[in-house]
Write a protein that binds this ligand. Structure first.
Ligand code: NAP
Length: 240
């Protein structure tokens, strides 16, 4: 039987890197990407028979060409995971931070996910997972662009989910919403319920395998999500 194939956008560090290992260990062919070539090469060295790489910046103009290069190396795609993400505290509304946030989390995400959806439409089946965030649920005064960009991801994925169902296509769409995970991305003070990368990636791997529509990572963050969704603005504005 043919091996399953996954393309992981943003697998040079953190959650994406650990996810790549989990898919390789499960016997998948894994196509990885990111900007840091040495990081990608060292991951290929861990699984030389299963992991292939393409080094590219999702904010550039070559996303589709790079996807095609990856597809040639993997020999196809059953699953796309868009994990690349950028965000920083932008308390004084720093345009460079906000521009980069939108370029990676909105524009790069949309171009690659749209390409994957059309690829799976032709193929007749497939799955797309996006790593958005609990931050997608409400606005933030500390990082307005980050929360807004993650809301875009989450809503876009929901739209694709409904579209696939309406078209009666076997394309599963999964929105992964992590809380805090111990990586370079976890910034700020008062961080709580911080999961290890191993635990978070393990739960993400399982949720994608179960083709969940939405998954909170770690699972206890479901509670925070419900609290955020139901909190009246009057209270939320004191913490948001
Ligand atoms: N850690 C958390 O607490 C947390 C919480 C909620 C959601 N998330 C989300 O989880 C995802 C993974 O983040 P992480 O925590 O594992 O942090 P990370 O270790 O910093 O990983 C971020 C990944 O995104 C890639 N990336 C960033 N900018 C890119 C660009 N311009 N072009 C291509 N790839 C780019 C990075 O690769 P290169 O630098 O090599 O390009 C890296 O592989 C992100 O989408 C993040 O928003 C994280």
């Amino acid at each position: 039987m043919d091996k399953k194939k996954v393309i992981l956008i943003g697998a040079s560090s953190g959650i994406g890197r650990q996810l790549a290992r989990l898919y390789a260990q499960a016997g998948w062919i894994v196509g990885i990407s990111g900007r840091r070539k040495e990081k990608l090469e060292s991951l290929v060295e861990e699984f030389p028979d299963q992991i292939v790489m393409e080094c590219f910046d999702v904010t550039g103009t070559g996303n589709i060409e790079s996807m095609k290069n990856l597809l040639q190396q993997t020999g196809g795609m059953d699953l796309l995971v868009y994990n690349s993400g950028y965000g920083d505290i932008s308390a004084s509304l720093d345009w460079e931070i906000d521009r980069q946030t939108t370029a990676v989390n909105v524009n790069g995400f949309q171009e690659i996910v749209l390409f994957a959806f059309n690829y799976f439409m032709k193929q007749g089946q497939g799955q797309i997972a996006g790593i958005s965030s609990i931050a997608s649920i409400r606005g933030s005064s500390w990082a307005p662009a980050y929360n807004a960009s993650k809301a875009f991801m989450s809503h876009y994925l929901e739209g694709l989910h409904i579209k696939a169902a309406r078209l009666k296509k076997d394309i599963a769409i999964t929105d992964i919403q992590p809380g805090y995970v111990k990586t370079d991305m976890a910034k700020g003070e008062g961080l709580f319920w911080m999961a290890t990368v191993e635990k978070a990636a393990g739960q993400i791997f399982r949720a994608i395998g179960l083709k969940k529509r939405k998954a909170y990572i770690t699972r206890r963050w479901w509670l925070v999500a419900q609290l955020l969704k139901s909190m009246p603005f009057y209270f939320y504005k004191k913490i948001g």
